[in-house]
Write a protein that binds this ligand. Structure first.
Ligand SMILES: [Cu+2]
Length: 322
């Protein structure tokens, strides 16, 4: 029986040599992709900024977690968890810490890329906001908040060939437990007596703590007395006991300018600011928000403010976290 051999017609334009060449052309990019792929897979990590109690009275000024190991090319997305505002900032080596209103100068777009050569920062951001930074090169980078001097962390960016010590689940667990720890420590903080002042009110307390990854601050953003009954003519003294978390003492509506005291505020011989409230219509405002106060990060910052009340009144008092 005669078998009919089917002739294979070569594809027009491609002879045997051509086909081999074509296969080689396709094989090389495939090989190249396989080699490069592990380095190009960018892992997405998540972390949080700040934490607070339900009543917002205790604020953890911290990056949670504050130490993360990733691979070059990976990205981290931070989510803000508290109403107190913070920044996510990476400065250039040797860069002087800028004012948070000024930024790098300027503010980075989201996502930002940080390799150590150019400053990256967000503006001040609050609860629910997110920001992503991509780290293309290996190195150890310091993460800071421009608003709170004692709030920082470390990002260790390893070459793709090196193994990472932890998983995302580990960091999630660490962030949650550290947040609980800081907030419960904050609830236990007790105000110190206001020196030489029987009618003293503490305007916020704070403690700086930390881990190997960086410093954290726990702050109670409340007055020590919610109500204080005095006689007309008596003076009340407010004492800020947070080393880096200044507050304003305000009677009346919140002023637009938080940075400068109202014109009726005078300064006593011992440096305490002083005002006299004669009527419920008085709108006096002492600002603890000053650049000088913010810059004093090493020495504990303390400020006092006295008010003299010549008339019996019920006056609303507001505390605004800086
Ligand atoms: Cu902060």
């Amino acid at each position: 029986m005669k078998t009919k051999t089917k002739e294979i017609t070569p594809t027009p334009g491609i002879n045997k040599t051509g086909r081999t060449r074509l296969a080689a052309i396709f094989r090389w990019p495939l090989l190249l992709t396989l080699l490069i792929l592990p380095q190009m897979v960018q892992a997405q990590w998540t972390a949080t900024v700040g934490a607070q109690t339900d009543d917002k009275g205790i604020q953890a000024l911290a990056f949670l977690p504050n130490e993360i190991w990733i691979h070059a090319g990976d990205r981290i997305t931070w989510t803000w968890q508290a109403d107190e505002t913070h920044t996510v900032t990476f400065l250039r080596a040797g860069q002087v810490r800028p004012d948070f209103h000024v930024g790098c100068p300027g503010f980075s777009s989201d996502p930002a890329i940080f390799d150590g050569s150019t400053c990256v920062t967000t503006p001040e951001m609050g609860k629910g906001q997110t920001f992503t930074v991509i780290f293309p090169t290996a190195g150890n980078f310091k993460l800071v908040c421009l608003i709170h001097a004692n709030m920082d962390g470390r990002i260790h960016v390893l070459p793709a060939s090196e193994p990472l010590p932890h998983t995302q689940a580990f960091y999630d667990e660490q962030a949650a437990s550290r947040s609980d720890e800081l907030l419960s420590d904050g609830q236990k903080m007790k105000p110190q007596e206001v020196p030489n002042s029987p009618l003293g009110v503490t305007a916020g307390i704070a403690e700086i703590t930390g881990t190997a990854g960086g410093t954290e601050t726990i702050a109670a953003v409340r007055f020590s007395h919610e109500n204080i009954r005095i006689h007309a003519g008596q003076t009340v003294e407010w004492d800020a006991q947070g080393p880096l978390h200044p507050h304003t003492i305000t009677f009346g509506p919140e002023p637009v300018d938080l940075m400068n005291p109202s014109p009726d505020v005078t300064v006593d011989q011992d440096g305490a600011r002083h005002a006299i409230i004669a009527s419920t219509a008085d709108r006096v405002h002492h600002s603890g928000v000053s650049r000088t106060a913010r810059a004093a990060t090493v020495a504990p910052w303390r400020d006092t403010f006295s008010r003299h009340f010549p008339e019996p009144r019920n006056l609303p008092l507001h505390l605004r976290p800086a």
